[in-house]
Design a protein around this ligand. Structure first.
Ligand code: SF4
Ligand code: SF4
Length: 144
């Protein structure tokens, strides 16, 4: 059992020692370069090959096809299903996917922010306008 004198010395010592914890969220230190945060998608080089969607173990990705010939795709990413395994990044041969190391504060008070639409601005707008969305093909998801 700790003696009372030793206990006081511990307590008073702690008052003057530098904290050993990080003062988050007041101060934020950068995440390591290989940290796996939110997935990001670059539509410029996407071919619509679907490898990322098929290989995702969490069914977190859907590829919405507006016009396959014109390579107009929108990626619907469910960040609440994602297990941040990076398999989709490894599988994409065209370098369209990356796991961000600076977007990792993903907590939210409702579900809406967990469904993320990636693509060219006009394509995302097309998907989000209900009338236009009816013109698109069925979303490409994993086979049953
Ligand atoms: S990181 Fe893993 S779980 Fe998340 S979308 Fe990619 S393959 Fe799916
Ligand atoms: S694997 Fe890459 S190129 Fe293929 S659909 Fe996914 S993001 Fe597009």
């Amino acid at each position: 059992m700790m003696r009372i004198g030793a206990m006081f010395s511990e307590v008073f010592g702690a008052l003057f020692n530098k904290p050993r914890t990080q003062p988050y969220p007041v101060e934020k230190i950068p995440a390591p370069p290989r940290y796996r945060g939110k997935l990001v998608y670059n539509p410029e080089t996407c071919t619509g090959c679907m490898l990322c969607v098929k290989d995702c173990p969490a069914e977190a990705l859907e590829l919405l096809v507006i016009d396959r010939k014109a390579k107009k795709f929108v990626m619907r990413y469910h960040s609440d299903r994602c297990v941040y395994c990076s398999q989709c990044v490894e599988n994409c041969r065209f370098g369209c996917l990356e796991m961000s190391n600076d977007q990792w504060e993903l907590a939210a008070l409702n579900k809406e922010p967990f469904t993320i639409y990636y693509g060219k601005e006009e394509d995302v707008r097309t998907i989000l306008e209900p009338a236009a969305a009816e013109q698109t093909e069925e979303p490409c998801t994993q086979p049953a």
